[in-house]
Design a protein around this ligand. Structure first.
Ligand SMILES: [Mn+2]
Length: 293
């Protein structure tokens, strides 16, 4: 972590980007797992900024079938961006807790606005999230944040790395290649090991003109194998192990280049005794520098 001693938590109880209900309760589950106190135990200052207001699903129009609730999601993302911007501008370290992964659109906009350039992004996920309204088979916006963030100029595809992929739609395979996004599937993790992949990813997202710029990490809990993270809306078997997940975060902490963090898709309805939220808290601690010894 880049010297920031003040960690600021931003909750986004949003499920509008997903078709299965429950990720709107993710921020509550993570707070129930004592996120704030656990971070304080590392000797860091923690400010919980509460939740960004999110309209209740039943109270808003679905609108376009190819990108359901997109206009409402964009409204929420504008507020996420303002929160993230405010935290970064006064030197804090934002942790955004979702919520479905469409919240990344807001987080990335806020980082770009605060840093005045696109951040290097490491995107840890079972899915590529690179669909657009034109290609999405489901119309769920949480499958599009990479695609929409590229379209909107919030990220530079040459400095985005996806890690943990194992459920990619056929058009997404083309989009990954066309956009020039670097992607590591679970096959790559099996063959190369998570240490090499994360180390390479940290280098790949570096902007040679601004080599010391902070990195943003967005972690979809479905990247982790469902045996460890059952509480997620779109589980896919064959994911990152418990230790691979932690090692990824430990390597990011050791790089001292992490500047912001987002954890998404925690679904307490599908979880077993809050196991997935507890794991999310542990992974956040590893990303902030907690070590075994
Ligand atoms: Mn995702």
């Amino acid at each position: 972590m880049l010297g920031a001693k003040r960690i600021e938590i931003i909750g986004v109880p949003m499920d509008l980007g997903a078709s299965r209900r429950g990720v709107d309760m993710g921020p509550s589950a993570v707070r129930y797992a004592s996120l704030g106190d656990r971070i304080r135990s590392l000797g860091l200052i923690v400010v919980d900024r509460g939740n960004v207001p999110v309209p209740v699903r039943e109270s808003v129009e679905q609108a376009a079938a190819n990108a359901r609730f997109l206009s409402v999601i964009d409204g929420v993302c504008d507020q996420i961006a303002e929160e993230v911007y405010a935290v970064l501008r006064h030197g804090g370290f934002p942790i955004v807790i979702g919520g479905d992964h469409s919240i990344a659109l807001g987080t990335l906009q806020g980082i770009k606005r605060a840093r005045r350039r696109t951040p290097g992004v490491i995107w840890i996920d079972a899915h590529a999230d690179i669909n657009t309204p034109a290609t999405s088979p489901s119309g769920n916006v949480h499958g599009m944040p990479v695609g929409l963030a590229i379209e909107r100029g919030a990220i530079d595809p040459a400095r985005v790395v996806l890690i943990g992929l194992r459920d990619v739609d056929p058009p997404e395979k083309t989009l990954i290649r066309q956009a020039g996004v670097r992607a590591y599937s679970m096959t790559d993790v099996d063959r190369q090991g998570i240490e090499r992949i994360v180390t390479d990813a940290i280098e790949h997202v570096r902007d040679p003109r601004f080599p010391d710029d902070p990195i943003h990490v967005t972690f979809d809990m479905d990247a982790v194998d469902p045996s460890e993270a059952p509480g997620t809306g779109t589980p896919v078997r064959g994911g990152l192990s418990y230790r691979e997940s932690h090692l990824a975060m430990e390597l990011l902490a050791a790089s001292e280049r992490l500047g912001s963090l987002e954890v998404t898709e925690i679904n307490p309805i599908l979880d077993i005794e809050n196991r997935t939220a507890k794991l999310a808290v542990e992974l956040i601690l590893s990303a902030l520098g907690k070590t075994i010894l």
